[in-house]
Design a protein around this ligand. Sequence first.
Ligand code: RTP
Ligand code: MG
Length: 134
Amino acid sequence: MIKPTAVAQKKAGKILDRILEEGYLIISLKMVHLCKRDAEAFYSIHKDRPFFAELTSYMSSGPIIAAILQKNNAVDDYRTLIGSTNPADAAEGTIRKLYGTDLGKNAVHGSDSDENAEVECSFFFSGMEKMKWK
Ligand code: RTP
Ligand code: MG
């Protein structure tokens, strides 16, 4: 996902371009404005964390862009590409360092495992939209 601030700041094109340059295929792509309940469902893994209310309010504050990306070792490589959760700690040249503002407004979301990637892809996209490239 490209998070609301990065979308509002018109960074989505640059972020998607970088993702493509790094060798990912975009399987599906959509812009949507999540309601609070959608954001709570998407981030239910964090429902007991102290930042859950703040996170879900923010993620429903404006449109986000959701994408399914395909690449070998995509989950690990994408997390390297985006950098640490807090942009202040992210390595130079990473997406969060370049386009993130702070811990909450950190430009992008990435799945943390193949299993969660499947769940998260299914949250946004239908079976037909999840078809892999050959
Ligand atoms: P994400 O799920 O968004 O890709 O980020 P992540 O794996 O790097 O971080 P995670 O621990 O899953 O946290 C999800 C999002 O919650 C916000 N957060 N706020 N206030 C806080 O202490 C705090 N900690 C995390 C961040 O925006 C993070 O991306
Ligand atoms: Mg996470």
